[in-house]
Ligand binder design. Structure first.
Ligand SMILES: [Zn+2]
Length: 236
């Protein structure tokens, strides 16, 4: 009986260990990012505004197969929000559905765009965001170009560091890409007062990359790359 008890204890210990290892392996094989205490320490308590570009009557770039930038960047933004929330980051998405931020009565397209961008900046300022990250997809008349790329405002030293850190992780996580973080004179970068970066997640004009960007698994990887980029920035 005594022997039986010892054996039962051993069996239970192995069962517990195997279960724990199985859970950890499952978590990693699913590409899930475990919230380590290090990550939580660096991120917790921050407020980050995630700005999915376009929306509503403005689809952004459109791939040859009909994929819309506004839909892809919203899906990636939601993934990024979920990862950040697991690390106790307060997040604000500038939009959560298919709409822009302009007044409904504004019909002039240029004025709509101006109001829309101004409100995205105001939202980041009003919630005292520590970081502002816009998510967009790129487009070029030639279909040969591909690769994710980040942008920052020239005089925003911290924004440059943030964009470079995210660029490094995009290259590391998504594969070969010779693009570098570049300065860009975009209103949302120019008018925000916190470190700000635009992430162009890839080219919808490249059929191969467009197909990848429409894949939820790839969207999750892009979000993970941005997440790791934010961590890299905070630790550097
Ligand atoms: Zn865009």
């Amino acid at each position: 009986m005594r022997v039986y008890v010892v054996h039962l204890g051993t069996v239970l210990w192995w069962a517990f260990t195997s279960l724990a290892v199985g859970i950890v392996m499952g978590v990693f094989s699913a590409g899930y990012i475990p919230v380590t205490s290090q990550a939580t320490n660096a991120l917790s308590g921050l407020t980050i505004v995630i700005d999915p570009g376009h929306g509503g009557i403005d689809p952004g770039a459109v791939s040859a197969s009909g994929l819309l930038e506004k839909d892809i960047v919203l899906a990636i933004s939601r993934e990024l929000e979920s990862l950040l929330n697991q690390a106790a980051v307060r997040t604000f998405l500038t939009r959560r559905g298919d709409y822009d931020l302009a007044d409904n009565v504004t019909h002039n397209l240029l004025e709509r765009k101006r109001q829309d961008l101004q409100r995205r900046v105001e939202l980041a300022e009003d919630c005292n965001a520590d970081l502002y990250i816009a998510i967009h997809a790129n487009y070029f008349p030639s279909s040969i170009w591909s690769g994710a790329q980040t942008f920052y405002y020239d005089s925003d030293v911290e924004g440059k560091r943030l964009a470079e850190a995210i660029q490094a992780e995009l290259v590391r996580v998504l594969g070969p890409n010779k693009r570098l973080a570049r300065p860009g004179n975009y209103r949302v970068l120019r008018d925000t007062t916190m470190p700000a970066a635009i992430v162009e997640v890839g080219f919808l004009s490249n059929p191969r990359e467009a197909a990848l960007l429409a894949d939820p698994h790839y969207q999750a990887r892009v979000a993970q790359a941005v997440y790791w980029g934010i961590l890299r920035y905070l630790r550097s």
